[in-house]
Ligand binder design. Structure first.
Ligand SMILES: N[C@@H](CC=O)C(=O)O
Length: 315
């Protein structure tokens, strides 16, 4: 597992996969299924795994946290970078900092707390977490009003930030007043697009962001990595062609529930049985399974083609 400090190059080397977390019927960790998903991602060329929203870290207690970290350390390859999340509440983040500070993870992502919180309180919370952890954190900007661009910029200026996951969803990602302000205050090499394949082209081409996160990469890792390579090569025609293969699954995710559809897509695609989602979430209803399975199988077929080298993409 990568243990060296994070550089901007690390943020763009791989798509940052945001995987679900597999559990058994009794909600204990399913190590074999989690390992199967990690192997699928690594076989597709992915080397960065960010365990956050899709793994429902929002609901993991500090009591289970050491076992989760042990498992992630065990199931990932020597070249793979694992980013665990902490929070979203301040007390849990501090408990998790005490657990993380004796381990080799080079950073952790602070989940955003929507309520109750203020931008100044969230900035202060991240400062105190980084102080307790002893390493810079990844800041997750998911909704307006949690952290303002000035709060994020102060954290960056004080050396407390390894990266920023920018994930405020816009109807048209080319029009984004928050991001416009953020890129004035913070070097773009810190900022990664945090909403999957759909806005990734605009975020990297038009806003100059330094990489992207994805959930659907867990089904089609080779295509997402090809998309990243096409974007780095500024081959936007190729990037559009590749992204088209993700839209069916992304439409289902955005229409129903991004986390719950992804969780089931990994199971129904046959990559690994993700089992029950930890409360306070719940698995998506069986009435959606056929559509999710179809989209997952189509993306897996595309992934197999990409692995076989059927499509020429920039190296
Ligand atoms: N939310 C996005 C990116 C990950 O955070 C997704 O799941 O695709």
């Amino acid at each position: 597992m990568k243990t060296m400090p994070v550089t901007p190059d690390d943020l763009r080397r791989s798509v940052l996969a945001v995987p679900p977390l597999a559990r058994n019927a009794d909600l204990s960790l399913n190590k074999a299924a989690n390992q199967a998903l990690v192997k699928h991602l690594e076989a597709g060329g992915v080397s960065t795994l960010m365990y956050g929203g899709n793994a429902n870290f929002y609901n993991i207690g500090a009591g289970e946290y050491p076992a989760v970290l042990d498992m992630l350390e065990e199931i990932t390859g020597a070249q793979t970078w694992v980013i665990p999340s902490v929070g979203p509440d301040f007390g849990r983040a501090l408990d998790q900092a005490k657990i993380l500070r004796d381990r080799d993870f080079p950073t952790a992502m602070m989940l955003p707390l929507q309520f109750p919180g203020t931008p100044e309180g969230s900035e202060n919370g991240i400062r105190r977490f980084v102080d307790a952890f002893g390493k810079p954190a990844i800041v997750y900007v998911k909704n307006e009003g949690v952290l303002n661009p000035e709060n994020v910029a102060r954290l960056v200026d004080d050396g407390l930030v390894a990266g920023i996951k920018y994930a405020i969803v816009r109807e048209d990602p080319r029009k984004d007043a928050y991001l416009e302000e953020l890129v004035k205050l913070v070097d773009r090499s810190y900022i990664i697009s945090g909403i999957g394949e759909r806005p990734a082209i605009v975020h990297l081409r038009d806003w100059g962001l330094n990489g992207f996160t994805s959930g659907s990469v867990c089904v089609g890792p080779a295509g997402s990595m090809a998309l990243l390579r096409a974007l780095k090569a500024k081959d936007y025609e190729q990037a559009e062609k590749i992204r088209a293969n993700y839209i069916a699954l992304e439409d289902l995710r955005d229409g129903l529930s991004p986390i719950r559809v992804l969780h089931e897509a990994v199971t129904l695609g046959g990559i690994g049985d993700m089992g029950p989602i930890l409360p306070m979430l719940s698995n998506i209803g069986a009435e959606h399974h056929a559509a999710i399975q179809k989209a997952a199988k189509e993306l897996l077929a595309y992934n197999a083609q990409m692995l076989a080298g059927a499509e020429k993409v920039p190296a």
